[in-house]
Design a protein around this ligand. Sequence first.
Ligand code: MRU
Length: 349
Amino acid sequence: MKPENVVLSEDGKSVVIIDQTRLPLHTEYLALSQPEEFYDAIHELKVRGAPAIGICAGMGLYVAAEHFGEHNEEKFLSELHNVSAFLNSSRPTAVNLKHALDRVENAAHSMRGKGTDAMLGEMRRECIAVQEEDIAMCKAISEYGLTLVKNGYGILTHCNAGPLATSCYGTGLGTLLLGKERGYTFRAYVDETRPLLQGARLTAYELDKAGIDVTLICDNMASIVMKQGKVNACFVGCDRVAANGDTANKIGTSGVAVLAKHYGIPFYVFCPSTTIDFNCRTGEDIQIEERDPGEIKTKFFREPVAPENVKCFNPAFDVTDSSLITAIITEKGICTAPYTQSLRICMKE
Ligand code: MRU
């Protein structure tokens, strides 16, 4: 299976992405080659989802370097570092962005003394490796996910953690998509995910396209479907996991976790191990992105839905306390509390 959302061109001069802001009605492709274009694509969520922005930024750094036309190694590395820092500033919460950028920048450093062509060759190899590893991790995560479900389960999702947000299968949606291939039948309850509607526009689209039974709900309907017994488990992806298991994911995720606890429904977080950040001791250390109030008041509406002068608070993510999380599933296995121990053990395996 080959990813379609982020594709490096053969000549290394561009990266072609699906513009996720146009889905589900329009499948449009954008070719990116300049650092500003990569920054804009990530910042405006044309490419989004923690692993996908890492993959795109890593490729973007390599593609930008292909355009440097610089043969002096030190000047090349200095320019590379500036572009890497610029791309890393496009979104603050997902750790995968920095992780991928560092890998590709380090690949260039590993060729010091061998010339800039060797540096470019190693960067190309590395950014492709980031994507290939993500494909393998998503498949492994989905296999573990299948051990947590039964045929016929109702699964509630929040935001989008499918193939568009990763490479193939996804993290939070991987179990549903792999299960479908294996003959499982699931009922997905998809939170629309205000304000940018990743659930309605992307998750409903991906699951429906795969032939999975999808019911779209507004975010404030999660409680009623849980109370009515329709939900057997909640599945979400994440952008950064702190060492103690506190988890940053799309705004509203922590509310779903609180509800799940109230109704005695397991709440599972899915992510590649690269999303765990041991530099963050707890969720308090995770930087939460704040976005334009226009996303709440005007975007997607023909006319503004609130008085113009009214203040808005628009955090893009929130942190779910680890005490609300039943398990964190990575490609290395299923971690349960106490996470301070289980995440470290899992990383060593
Ligand atoms: O703002 P977004 O759409 O990039 O937020 C994405 C999420 O919150 C996803 O759940 C997360 O990145 C995991 S994607 C596998």
